[in-house]
Design a protein around this ligand. Sequence first.
Ligand SMILES: [Zn+2]
Ligand SMILES: [Zn+2]
Length: 171
Amino acid sequence: MDSLFETINKIISSPLWTLALYVAAFCLAVLWLALVLWTYKDAHKRIEDPVIVAVAVLTSLVLPYMGTVVYAILRPAEYLAEAQERELEVRAMEQELQVMRACPSCGELVKPEYVACPNCRRTLRSLCPSCNRVQEPGWRLCPYCGYDPKSLRVPPPVDPVPEFQPVEDHE
Ligand SMILES: [Zn+2]
Ligand SMILES: [Zn+2]
């Protein structure tokens, strides 16, 4: 037994052992600082508030290794860039939905320029039988060519451009 202790004693007091200890301590310190740096870089990408980023970095600095582990558990799951991208996507989708209208017959979303519902074939807007342009619901005659379904006739083409006259209110 004595010889074993002596051997251990010899190893511990040998300069090689001291060197090994220094190397190990140096490696641990490098790892610790690398973890602090990693915490800073990761927190920077995930957290907007600089105060919280500072707290995360300080935690991993003050509590070597453990602080970084705690940060890794508590950190936000998503990168800021990803969150922004998703927000933009949602906004674009909302805008598209606002532009779309619901088909009065089946509820399918249709664009305002559609003349018929692609889902249930319902006519959404008619075309002027004379000039073939899209008519808004509620128009009594085609404002483009003057076709009036009630009189069932196409007016003669508007000949010589009339003098400009102030608009009068009829009706
Ligand atoms: Zn429909
Ligand atoms: Zn027309």
